[in-house]
Design a protein around this ligand. Structure first.
Ligand SMILES: Nc1ncnc2c1ncn2[C@@H]1O[C@H](COP(=O)(O)OP(=O)(O)OP(=O)(O)O)[C@@H](O)[C@H]1O
Ligand SMILES: [Mg+2]
Length: 263
């Protein structure tokens, strides 16, 4: 499966009249996981929506292997190999695992690849999706993105609502997908886990990148990462920010260290 480099350059995205993402530049090389961190309301989903073509980009460029795509409609971007696992996305509850994958792959042709990555799903392919555990459902969501044979995979908070032990099992699948050549951009609240599989990371705060660096460097600087979450922080965000602070300090626990994080 061939990948493609995703390059986001000086991108500004508005919601209504308000610029929510401002002059953001991010490079996502093929075969790597690039991590995007940030507190609730920082603009992570807005950026992902802009990259996927759900909402328009006000300024700046988005390029796949050097070809600008920011003016293309969402389905045209998907045809070029951009897959988007949206925050809170769920499976078709009434369909079996196999049917869920068939719908995504427009035929059963590519499902073998998904089952290679997620053997658990193959064992349950005749099971109705609503009977799956939360973790298995989330695997199915990822598997559905994989069967479209993407060159770039955008994943927005795959672990939302899942127990840390499940997240720990999911994260290596993202790494495996990247190793097959895909450029992965991963938004994740479990910062240490994400940094443990990523190559490069960016921290978004109030719409701007306030910290970036190799994941291994950021893992060694948890206080700087925590501080960056709240750089330019606004009082209006305090209620939400608590959740993100928990995610980071949670990553600093011995449990997180077992999960592969070293924060
Ligand atoms: N459809 C919308 N219309 C207007 N404002 C919006 C819309 N969606 C999001 N916003 C605002 O944009 C800002 C960024 O929201 P966004 O969802 O991109 O943040 P996020 O980093 O993904 O947060 P979370 O971690 O909670 O998912 C917030 O202030 C939010 O209220
Ligand atoms: Mg979001």
């Amino acid at each position: 499966m061939g990948g493609a480099e995703l390059a986001i350059d000086n991108v500004t995205i508005k919601r209504g009249e308000l610029p929510i993402v401002r002059d953001v530049t991010i490079a996502c090389p093929e075969g790597q996981v690039t991590v995007l961190l940030g507190a609730n309301g920082a603009g992570k989903t807005t950026l992902m929506d802009g990259i996927a073509g759900v909402i328009p980009v006000e300024r700046g460029t988005i390029a796949l292997d050097g070809q600008q795509i920011q003016r293309l409609a969402r389905d045209r971007r998907a045809k070029r190999g951009l897959a988007y696992v949206e925050q809170g996305r769920t499976v078709f509850a009434g369909l079996t695992v196999q049917e869920n994958l068939a719908v995504a792959s427009h035929g059963a042709r590519n499902t073998a690849r998904a089952y290679e990555l997620f053997p658990e799903l193959e064992a349950r392919k005749q099971v109705t999706a609503q009977m799956l555990s939360g973790g298995e459902q989330q695997m199915l969501v990822l598997a559905r993105a994989i069967v479209s044979q993407p060159r770039v995979l955008l994943i927005d908070e795959m672990s939302q609502g899942l127990a840390p032990v499940i997240v720990k099992r999911m994260i290596p699948f993202v790494q495996t997908a990247a190793r097959s050549g895909i450029a992965v951009l991963l938004v994740e609240q479990f910062a240490a886990l994400a940094l443990s599989i990523g190559a490069h990371a960016y921290v978004l705060s109030v719409g701007s990148i306030v910290l970036e660096g190799p994941c291994k460097d950021l893992l060694a600087r948890p206080d700087d990462v925590r501080h960056a979450y709240f750089a330019g922080g606004q009082d209006t965000n305090h209620g939400h920010d608590g959740a993100s602070a928990t995610a980071i300090s949670g990553a600093a626990t011995p449990q997180a260290a077992q999960n592969g994080g070293t924060l």
